[in-house]
Design a protein around this ligand. Structure first.
Ligand SMILES: [Mn+2]
Length: 472
């Protein structure tokens, strides 16, 4: 895609205004989203403030709810800096001296209450949406935060790789054949420092750490006919190509293979996908390596790094994730314990959903209700993994419900193909949730909400009609 030069200039102008607000603050409360993008954004903000010698505290939030917004409004800090969240709740922020560096869709209520949309005293909102940029694909929360950090001091360009991790965590590397839009400008900074190497390769998860068979077996985007979910077939596939699964008694990963071996696999996989050009495009693309981390480290591959951060966030250990971003070597071991727990919980969840035949198909959505059987923090991931797996077609979105402390947590996921046809889960989930007395939002491809218990069927009924309208 062409560079949106005037949009980039606008974003950087807003970032420069934000930079002076940060520089003028005596102490700062940073509030960040708990996913990989939010954790990377928090790390960028924290390191930036540390370099300025500013006293600061970082707080992670699963979402902004009444309680966390109240904490923002009452904070005694001279500046509150919201990263990777806040845009959707601007009208609820009543205190002065707030900086929001986020890429989510701005709060429409706030728009109606303001004379000037993105510029009024008390709150600085740095957002791709005010610069004619696509917040879901071209820049992440960490990217917007990075723009401010770099405006504070050009030396902060050494934090660019964290913004690449954040964008990857929000799957913005899948927007095209790699990062697009302002993310490419950030990538250029990170590559220029030698922190990131971008190469064309298979874009499957686990290039550094997964044994070969699992590398293909767990790939469900794109679905690899005959291989996805079938480890024995994957082993046979490598045997046919005379590629050893082990060397010196240890499992080989994708990056352990020789160039010739990798080429042979790529050619076979593209043949396997046959006429499905879309699948082949998803299979191959730009991947991002962090050479400062040794071979076999999960920090060496941006997608694996981001996944590690996500698992930290999902187990209420976003602080460990931030320590990883800031270079604390011990933090990785702490996170590994969490990650194995995460995998265990996910596999229990997936088995439970399948064995209990929980998924129900309606005209425009499919759904399941996990009740109290699956943690509300992982039900959305489980839904995303089910989509396109055997028995769960990805031709319509999937909606997952789970009980949570404050009602019923709703997670909606859709295949990218539906976005091109006009689907916007963020708008659909937000509107349906509000109509049943809840609240929500997110991205066009993945969104979440909390609704009152007992309103699930009303929610389904409403969202079905919204989705049907979006897709016609
Ligand atoms: Mn984000």
């Amino acid at each position: 895609m062409p560079e949106n030069i005037s949009g980039y200039a606008r974003l950087e102008r807003d970032a420069a205004r934000a930079a002076s607000a940060v520089s003028n603050a005596s102490d700062v409360l940073v509030v960040a989203h708990i996913d990989a993008d939010g954790i990377a954004a928090a790390a960028i903000a924290s390191r930036t403030l540390e370099r300025l010698g500013k006293k600061h505290e970082v707080r992670f939030e699963k979402k902004l709810d009444d309680e966390s917004i109240d904490a923002v409004n009452r904070s005694a800090a001279s500046l509150v800096w919201l990263v990777d969240l806040g845009s959707g709740y601007l009208s609820m922020i009543t205190r002065q001296n707030v900086l929001v560096t986020d890429h989510h869709v701005p709060d429409p209520k706030w728009m109606s209450g303001q004379t000037s949309l993105f510029d009024f005293s008390g709150l600085i909102h740095v957002s791709p949406h005010s610069c004619g940029m696509d917040g879901s694909g071209e820049i992440s929360g960490a990217g917007v935060t990075y723009a401010v950090s770099k405006a504070i001091d050009a030396k902060n360009a050494d934090l660019a790789y964290l913004a690449v991790i954040g964008a990857t965590g929000d799957v913005q590397d899948q927007s095209g054949s790699g990062l697009i839009g302002y993310n490419r400008r950030i990538l250029r900074d990170a590559a220029g420092n030698g922190d990131i190497e971008a190469v064309d390769d298979l874009r499957l998860f686990g290039r550094e750490t997964r044994p070969l068979t699992q590398f293909l077996q767990y790939c469900n985007d794109p679905f690899l006919p005959g291989l996805t979910s079938d480890g024995a077939e994957c082993a046979r596939f490598f045997a046919c190509l005379h590629i050893d699964l082990k060397r010196d008694g240890t499992w080989r990963s994708w990056t352990d293979l020789s160039d010739n071996e990798r080429d042979a696999v790529k050619i076979s996989l593209i043949e396997l996908l046959g006429a499905s050009r879309l699948s082949a495009e998803r299979l191959m693309g730009e991947v991002y390596t962090l050479p400062k981390f040794g071979k076999g480290s999960e920090l060496r591959d941006a997608k694996e790094f981001a996944t590690l951060l996500n698992s930290c966030g999902r187990y209420d250990d976003a602080d460990i994730g931030m320590r990883i971003c800031l270079g604390d070597g011990d933090a990785v071991n702490d996170a590994k314990k969490n990650r194995s727990e995460h995998r265990k919980q996910l596999s229990i969840a997936l088995n439970y959903i399948k064995q209990s035949n929980l998924i129900r198909r309606r005209d425009h959505v499919q759904y399941f209700h996990a009740r109290g059987e699956i943690r509300d923090t992982i039900v959305g991931i489980a839904a995303g993994m089910l989509l396109g797996s055997d028995g769960v077609k990805n031709d319509i979105p999937i909606i997952a419900f789970a009980n949570s402390d404050d009602g019923v947590k709703v997670s909606a996921r859709a295949d990218k193909g539906l976005i091109a046809k006009g689907l916007d889960l963020s708008a659909a989930v937000k509107s349906a949730a509000e109509q049943v007395g809840g609240f929500g939002g997110g991205h066009n491809i993945a969104a979440g909400a909390t609704i009152p218990a007992g309103r699930e069927y009303d929610f389904l009924h409403i969202i079905e009609s919204i989705i049907a309208a979006q897709l016609t």
